[in-house]
Write a protein that binds this ligand. Sequence first.
Ligand code: HEM
Ligand SMILES: *[C@@H]1O[C@H](CO)[C@@H](O)[C@H](O)[C@H]1NC(C)=O
Ligand SMILES: *[C@@H]1O[C@H](CO)[C@@H](O)[C@H](O)[C@H]1NC(C)=O
Ligand SMILES: *[C@@H]1O[C@H](CO)[C@@H](O)[C@H](O)[C@H]1NC(C)=O
Length: 514
Amino acid sequence: MADVAGLPHILGEKLYLVLPTIVALLALIIVPRVFAKDPLKHIPDVGQELGSDEKRRQAFLMDSRHLYQEGYQKFKDGVFKLLTTRTTTPVVVVAPRYLNELKKLPDDVLSFDAAIAETMHVKYTQIEPGNKSIPHAIKTSLTPSLPRLSPPLTDEARESFNMEMPPCDNWTPVNINRILLRVVAMVSGRIFIGPDLCRSEEYLDAAINYTIEVMMARGEVDAMPAWKRPFLARSLPAVKRLEARIKQAHAFMQPVVEARKRLPADQKPDDMLQWLMESQQKFGDDNSVEKLARLQLGLSFAAIHTTTMTATNAFYNLAAYPHLIPILRDEIVSVLSEHNGEMSAPALQAMKKLDSFLKETLRFHPPGTGSFSRKVLKPFNLSSGEYIPKGVVIEVPAHAIARDPEVFVNPDEFDGLRFYNIRQEAREKGEAEAAAQNQFVSVSQSSLTFGYGRHACPGRFLAANEIKMIVATAVMMFDMKLEDGAEGRYANFEFGGTSAPDPSKTLRFKRFAQ
Ligand code: HEM
Ligand SMILES: *[C@@H]1O[C@H](CO)[C@@H](O)[C@H](O)[C@H]1NC(C)=O
Ligand SMILES: *[C@@H]1O[C@H](CO)[C@@H](O)[C@H](O)[C@H]1NC(C)=O
Ligand SMILES: *[C@@H]1O[C@H](CO)[C@@H](O)[C@H](O)[C@H]1NC(C)=O
């Protein structure tokens, strides 16, 4: 009895000894939970009314466009957060007015590479986005070479397009997406890897299928619970297939690279493979064939499907708004007649209606709802005082901006000559800068399809040239229309913040008699 009665007393007496331990244990359990949620607590949510986290993630998968639009309208000058399937923490969506201050933050605060590492599971897919040699070689060698290399690129565009298209003497159904994948891979390959390899089936298979295989591997890793990944993700079938792909690319590039190393200096080819070999050497980097194969695959990953999707969207728009075809054709014919019939860089530059049509295609059918995806490596405050914690991924709601009536007149209408008219008006008013800001390749707070700031797509100048060469070639050769019975422009597939033209659709093509 006394013993039992004495227990509380003894405990009470000793409590001061164990109390710190208990408090510390509780703190270990509770505090991280409170703080793990806290850093984002001050940022308003979108989609709260949908209910559970699971339901909100599903809404992101199925209809992210409306979530971004809702948030953008509600918090126009501020920030909101959004649960996604791509990131472990909610994405913090930031209004475009902050882009100016955000682009000045260094890479160790806002990281492009770390955002890709997280959203693409780079640890397992091993894609090479962070390898500075790619953007460096594009900026210092590839883009400046475009005027010099436009004759072979135009040849490649015309020949490959002719090779892949059926005759179309009568209205013929054509899966243009499938053809564009091969044409874009060949034209890009002409400048990436040279004329010997760019039409080989081995190169085409790798250039086209690698991206699909990466996306499949990413999907399989996504589906695996995070704690299992370090043990099991490397043996997933889709992840293993990527290793086989690298070995295959290594094997077919080996003889080409060896032959190039033996060439005298004045006979070196004028292409990306050569520039990469030279820059790797200059920086004392690993110049092995395997490394070069990985870089080539990384380049294909960045270039082939992005360019093909944009070109496919453009063809679907031509067929859906056929009144544009004769307008563009007249411009192309008249520009070519002033440029010796050659699609030189200045000729492509002079096709302003074509440029406008393609820019409107990017505005209307961007490949993603968000842009400027960056991971926060060090916390910072926005100029409004809003605290952005470490560890989250931030984004700008690019698509919602592109459909904002305060930014674009009649934003939900596809107007192929929208940017042509904006440029003409600006020129008439003597606003040279406004005229220059509305080109296909321009990047601004209202044109975010190529990203923004230091990491904005360096390949957009090549993409612009390729797409113009291909569309101009097609418009000179064919009339095109939607399949009979189609109800307007084919809808894009939208899934998890991405948008792609439906690859199963066909258009009707008929050879155009001049
Ligand atoms: C219409 C076609 C294309 C679209 C829509 C597109 C879009 C993008 C976007 C949105 C980014 C991220 C920019 C940012 O977050 O600020 C990017 C980056 C990049 N793109 Fe493109 N791209 C296209 C074509 C190409 C082509 C043809 C190439 C190769 C020649 C290329 C190479 C790259 C590279 C290397 C990066 C990473 C830049 C860095 O690490 O700083 N892209 N692209
Ligand atoms: C880029 O290439 C260099 C040298 O080839 C390599 O050491 C480095 O790990 C690569 N970086 C990334 C992020 O892949
Ligand atoms: C690459 O993709 C094409 C078209 O989808 C397919 O026919 C081909 O078999 C693929 N090649 C490999 C090696 O997977
Ligand atoms: C953000 O602002 C708060 C005050 O509002 C300040 O205490 C904090 O140090 C700032 N954080 C950073 C990273 O600048």
